[in-house]
Write a protein that binds this ligand. Structure first.
Ligand SMILES: *Cc1c(COP(=O)(O)O)cnc(C)c1O
Length: 427
């Protein structure tokens, strides 16, 4: 084993700062990373990989983009933290809000989890209600009240999905299946008056890529409006990625609150939530919902976000991301066909997911077949040894960045094909 990994395991649970990095779902020892540049990531043994994880989403420009590195270096020289409003913070607020024209104000925090936690508090404060609704298969960070899973079928009271989450707390969360209009209608008919907010990833991308019908998301919008509940779109992954204004822009559905993370910090720790004035004015110091942060609006992190958004404002950027991902997706599908693996690649813009089951990609977590995970583990292992860095879980998506050129896609496709062939032979 890599001696650094051994040392890591002695001093950090599982040797990691976030569980999926330990590779438990796919087996094998996770390489320790030394550096990364563009579309490639390098481990401490000097091995390079084409990176399809891209730090789990933030790096839409690729690793160490020169404009971001330059902006961060300059900001660092100007001071690492002020504990007061700074110019870069105002600029990033304006840049983000220009992409979400229906919203008036934004609050910066430091992670996606914190953005969601604050958005839920805001929704409760603004409505004076306690109950929240989430969907099975959606991930919203490790917020206590959202680390909750449901049963199968109709709406169920949440049960804690982690030790340490009190049952009493989880019971304030209702869990609904995705892609099920009738279940949502039935819940609102019974408890509509108690519901503060419905929170959903409008493009669920944390349990595979479970693309929702627009009509289903419209139904949620209608139910929330009719019952005085707020609709929260958790766009920590999809915001700024699938379109400048995220899924709300793509679908033409306006939520009440949007949460952001990942890309908005350009690789630095930033989260944010935004809404119209009538809701954001509840946030302290204007209103009664308390939320604060010593490092919120951090100038160096703001600089990284700002430089990233500047690059994303250039013409043709989203078209390029789409074309790159389409090419990769076609290459992967050809490899799967060639080795007769019943699978498809689900894709929206630059987000891809290998759905290792027959038929169209599923739209709900209940429809995701778990058996694919075993083959995925073998593909993952073989991909690594062929120089391809894939997510260490069958249910995590892949991302391409603007740094992924044709040569990277060709290398990735070839490595993937070899990995599928080897995995087929071994299983
Ligand atoms: C990553 C993610 C979060 C949590 O963000 P962190 O920065 O990891 O705390 C929340 N919601 C969604 C949809 C995410 O993908």
């Amino acid at each position: 084993m890599n001696p650094l990994l051994e040392r890591a395991k002695k001093v950090m649970p599982g040797g990691v700062s976030s569980p999926v990095r330990a590779f438990l779902a796919v087996g094998g020892d996770p390489p320790v990373i030394a550096s990364a540049r563009g579309a490639e990531i390098f481990d401490t043994n000097g091995r390079g990989y084409v990176d399809l994880v891209c730090s789990w989403g933030p790096l839409i420009l690729g690793h160490a983009h020169p404009a971001v590195v330059e902006a961060v270096s300059k900001a660092a020289r100007d001071g690492l933290s002020f504990g007061a409003t700074c110019e870069r913070e105002v600029l990033l607020a304006e840049a983000v809000l220009s992409r979400f024209p229906w919203a008036n104000k934004i609050r910066f925090v430091s992670t996606g989890t914190e953005a969601v936690m604050s958005a839920v508090r805001l929704a409760r404060g603004a409505t004076g209600r306690s109950r929240i609704v989430k969907f099975d298969g959606c991930y919203h960070g490790h917020v206590d009240g959202l680390l909750v899973s449901g049963g199968s079928g109709l709406a169920t009271l949440g049960t804690p999905a982690s030790a340490g989450v009190p049952r009493e707390y989880a019971e304030l969360t209702e869990v609904l299946p995705l892609d099920d209009d009738a279940a949502a209608e039935a819940l609102f008919a019974r408890k509509g008056k108690e519901i503060a907010a419905v929170i959903i990833e409008p493009l669920p991308a944390n349990s595979g890529l479970l693309v929702q019908r627009t009509a289903f998301l419209k139904k949620l919008r209608e139910l929330c409006t009719a019952h005085g509940a707020l609709l929260i779109f958790d766009e920590v992954i999809s915001g700024l990625r699938v379109a400048p204004g995220g899924m709300s822009e793509r679908l033409g559905i306006t939520p009440d609150i949007v949460t952001l993370g990942k890309i908005v910090g350009g690789g630095m720790p930033v989260g944010a939530y935004l809404a119209k004035d009538e809701i954001m004015n509840f946030v302290a110091p204007l209103g009664c919902v308390y939320q604060a942060g010593t490092l919120s609006g951090n100038p160096v992190a703001m600089a990284a976000g700002l430089a990233t958004l500047n690059e994303l404002a250039k013409p043709g950027v989203y078209e390029r991301l789409d074309a790159t991902a389409a090419m990769l997706s076609r290459g992967m599908e050809r490899a799967l066909e060639r080795y007769e693996v019943p699978a498809t690649v689900a894709r929206v813009g630059s987000i891809l997911w290998l759905s290792l089951q027959a038929g169209a990609p599923p739209r709900s977590w209940g429809a995701v077949k778990q058996e694919g995970a075993k083959l995925y583990a073998a593909i993952h292992r073989n991909a690594l040894s062929n120089g391809l860095w894939m997510a260490p879980s069958a249910f995590e998506v892949a991302f391409v960045s603007l740094a992924h050129g044709d040569a990277h896609v060709q290398a990735a496709t070839l490595a993937f094909e070899r990995a599928v062939a080897a995995a087929r032979e071994q299983s």
